[in-house]
Design a protein around this ligand. Sequence first.
Ligand code: NAP
Length: 302
Amino acid sequence: MTDLIIIGAGPAGLASAIYALRAGLSVKVFEELSPGGQAAVTPEIENYPGIKSVSGADFALSLFEQAMSLGAQIEFETVLSITCDGNTKIVKTDALEHKAKAVIIANGAKRRKLNIKGEEEFSGRGVSYCAVCDGSFYKGGVVLVIGGGNTALEDALYLANICKKVYLVHRRDEFRATKNLIDKVKQNEKIEILFSFVLEKITGSDKVEQVSLVNTKSGETMKKEVNGVFVAIGLEPDNSRFENIVELENGYIKAGEDCKTSKAGIFAAGDTRTKAVRQVVTAASDGAVAATCAVEYINNIF
Ligand code: NAP
């Protein structure tokens, strides 16, 4: 039996692995996509203390290499459920069943969808949820980013380096992103901000060609010819597979700063848990806390 299973190889999961391995636990990390989580697809991380600026991809690689160098075992399997047999936790994946003394759920959150006409139809054919992954397909083109948070503004800036024009559409007339990003966006001549607009539908033949927008104040409608639509309207939890074993609140796993869930021996770290601030640094610090509490739990119970 493994000492600790960690679900998710983003900053929370890999920080958990680093702390647990250094404390002498055997660790298995399950990841369904690629290591790094949301951080890996962030163009530039400029607010991680001690690192002035690093690309999300380099940051993710460095975290991954650090965990691997300490002996982390990473399995690319999708976790389907957790059950308990006494104090033993059984983690069922799409491949196997694995047993552990403790589990840290660090599966992050998934990108929210707009749920408008054309979104699903053109997903992968002009509609994207990741500027870093797909931006290069729109070199020299016209794209639209929707959202008013840090991700949307970072995506708009990233795409402005590649595309000839970027529309940045936000449903209110004030961004919620940090001031330095707002300043950079406002100074960028390639970015045109459309405040108080929402997307009504996305149309095209084979690929995205046009979007229809509606003004949230005046009801005015307009159309824009675009090659791509980047949806950056926030994240939502992805925890229904855990609702049988831990308490959820608005879809997030209910856990405090100690990362302890309603089930002893199961911890939640990073964006997946109820918390006020979702940042790379808070995810990483959750990883340290969850792993330390898991070590304490294992020493007390096993
Ligand atoms: P976010 O901060 O939750 O912002 C989501 C944005 O999308 C908001 O502006 C929201 O509008 C808008 N929105 C939500 N639903 C919408 C809908 N159905 N239609 C149109 N617009 C909609 O999400 P995020 O930018 O993805 O960031 C997620 C978390 O990661 C945040 O905590 C953020 O601070 C953090 N993050 C940090 C950094 C960084 O520090 N550099 C970078 C990226 C992300 P309203 O404003 O009107 O609600």
